[in-house]
Ligand binder design. Structure first.
Ligand code: HEC
Length: 206
């Protein structure tokens, strides 16, 4: 079924994910909702919302022509459900990794993922009123050793929901995405990676 005529907002309504459908987290102070904080979704709800918009989000990113944006949804997904990421704009995020970076799920301190590893993190915003919006696609790509020593040989890219390129540390708008590594550098002993919250880690047997 083609749904391109529907806005994600309309889709949210069609899905019946209005605020009344969801119990609010009692630990969440009321005033947070007043200032339009993101919704506190339980994992099942986050997954349902994501499953309904993920293909369309991926289509938007793919309009960039970026090779990762076109295929990342076929890669391994390392989290069990979208989880909130304060450091990526308070959005719900997912981590996909290509086959080259298979060790992402079990990487030990001091290890380094091989050149050709690509990690793609798509994101969505769900407001307290359960309006759903696509967020940016965040990409990290491991370059051959020595190609970008100042960023631990990681290339960072950010692609907007409509497919426009916000920045690429190896291309246009490099200065706009320099902040990525400024923060990821804090995890230098773990190959500049932070991984997912334990509660959302998917365990693979190979
Ligand atoms: C203020 C700190 C901060 C900034 C800035 C930041 N990140 Fe991250 N990043 C994190 C943290 C923490 C995680 C792990 C938790 C999560 O997913 O939110 C992460 C995870 C990731 C991952 C998954 C790989 C991993 O580390 O496990 C990718 C890909 C990623 N970020 C890309 C980017 C890109 C691209 C930018 C810039 C546009 C960026 N990040 C900016 C902190 C940051």
């Amino acid at each position: 079924m083609k749904r391109s005529g529907l806005s994600i907002f309309a889709l949210a309504i069609a899905l019946g994910v209005g605020s009344s459908a969801v119990a609010q987290d009692a630990s969440q102070p009321k005033r947070h909702f007043k200032i339009q904080k993101p919704a506190q979704l339980d994992p099942a709800e986050a997954l349902t919302i994501y499953d309904n918009v993920a293909d369309r989000m991926a289509k938007g990113y793919a309009a960039s022509g970026d090779p990762t944006a076109k295929v990342y949804r076929n890669w391994r997904l390392y989290n069990t459900a979208p989880y909130p990421s304060a450091t990526h704009g308070n959005r719900y995020v997912n981590n996909y990794v290509n086959a080259v970076g298979k060790a992402y799920g079990t990487l030990k301190t001091g290890d380094r993922l091989p050149a050709g590893t690509i990690i793609a993190k798509d994101s969505l915003t769900v407001t307290a009123k359960r309006d759903v919006f696509a967020g940016a696609l965040f990409i990290m790509e491991r370059l051959p050793t020595g190609q970008s020593p100042q960023t631990g040989d990681w290339r960072y890219k950010m692609i907007m929901p409509d497919g426009s390129l916000f920045g690429d540390t190896r291309g246009d708008g490099a200065d706009k995405v320099a902040f990525c590594h400024d923060c990821h550098e804090a995890a230098s002993e773990d190959d500049y990676l932070f991984f997912m919250p334990d509660a959302f880690k998917r365990v693979f047997l190979d």
